[in-house]
Write a protein that binds this ligand. Sequence first.
Ligand SMILES: Cc1cc2nc3c(=O)[nH]c(=O)nc-3n(C[C@H](O)[C@H](O)[C@H](O)COP(=O)(O)OP(=O)(O)OC[C@H]3O[C@@H](n4cnc5c(N)ncnc54)[C@H](O)[C@@H]3O)c2cc1C
Length: 376
Amino acid sequence: MTQSSEILVVGGGMFGAAIAYGLVRLGHDVIMLDEGDHSLRTARANFGLVWTQAKGKGLHRYHDWSVESGVLWRDFAPQLLEDTGIDVKHRTGGGLDILIGDEQRANKQQYIDEMKAQAEAAGSSFEVKILDRREAQELLPNIRLGQEVSGASYSAHDGDCNPLRLLRAMHAGFQKRGGRYIIETKADRVSHDGRFFVTETSRGKFQSDKIVIACGHGIGALAPMVGLDAPNRPQRGQVLITERVEASLDYCVTPFRQTNEGGFQLGNSEEDVGFDDWTTLDITQRIAERAVRAFPQLAGVRLVRTWAGTRVLTPDKCAIYDESESHPGAFVATSHSGVTLAAINAHHIAKWVSNGETEPGFEQFSAKRFDVSKAS
Ligand SMILES: Cc1cc2nc3c(=O)[nH]c(=O)nc-3n(C[C@H](O)[C@H](O)[C@H](O)COP(=O)(O)OP(=O)(O)OC[C@H]3O[C@@H](n4cnc5c(N)ncnc54)[C@H](O)[C@@H]3O)c2cc1C
């Protein structure tokens, strides 16, 4: 039997769920499909940061987009709570990236200088500064910084949330407003029969007026079938979590964040190992050692879990949003930072899919930027 909807969203991860939730809030009839537990689901393996200070090198519009999402998050979290009763534990008010040693601090200063120059050229801003060791310690009075900590970079735009609650809340909000979530269903083929998009899946056919391909690592197989190109590659990130301890970090800190439940989440390797999502002892040890150099008190805290996730990275690590020229009504959306972008995906991207409304500079997110002949 063929199931029909106005809009089909392929992928129920961070991107798909945010867009689908936004679309049902706009009153659309939406089906969201997800392949299920055997696929790579980055949404369940991430660090929970709503983070802007490291975003947008090479494409300043993406930095601004991340900041705009951070602003939208202030309404998004309460809206999810109201819609679903789920508190996603959004913490705003600033974030620190801890710097160990003089070299890291010098590199970060250089990055900030380059980003400020990029911002100026784009007629925008880059509001990140270096705190020296004393200033960083003043913001974190309940934990002792290690001797090697040389400071921290700070942005008032940064924060975090509980990413598993976020995913659950977006799914719950989607379904409460009439969205149909169909699990264990892999989209294998997409075509257009002259009237509808037809998506062939492991559980039969789906027809829709529009289709949003937002299935992370699954995009490469589907997008070209409707004239879309959204290159991405895998990158492994390993994460450690400690037992729960009393609250000691007043701010969101990376790469060693204290979760709302009290555990310290330690991250976050960047490894080019294809789709291998196993953890390894050498990386786990390196992450733990670095955490203890930053916060020596962690030496006495037990690790309770490690995991690895596979990032979805576009070539410039910035978002791709495109509507197909050959198949209007087919959209693709992907990026690293699906937690950070959840608010803007649920808001601006849902509107774009709904009625074509876009923000200034939105065309810069097209994948055409990777193809010099098409971009010119
Ligand atoms: C270690 C690590 C730390 C991270 N930390 C952060 C962070 O702090 N902040 C942040 O903003 N981001 C972070 N991220 C990135 C964030 O998790 C991703 O950007 C986000 O999950 C991507 O969302 P997505 O929907 O594109 O992909 P996913 O979340 O992976 O979801 C894709 C979904 O599509 C489904 N699917 C795939 N193919 C098909 C198909 N053919 N048919 C049907 N369904 C299909 C899959 O089952 C999956 O559920 C981190 C990632 C990693 C790995």
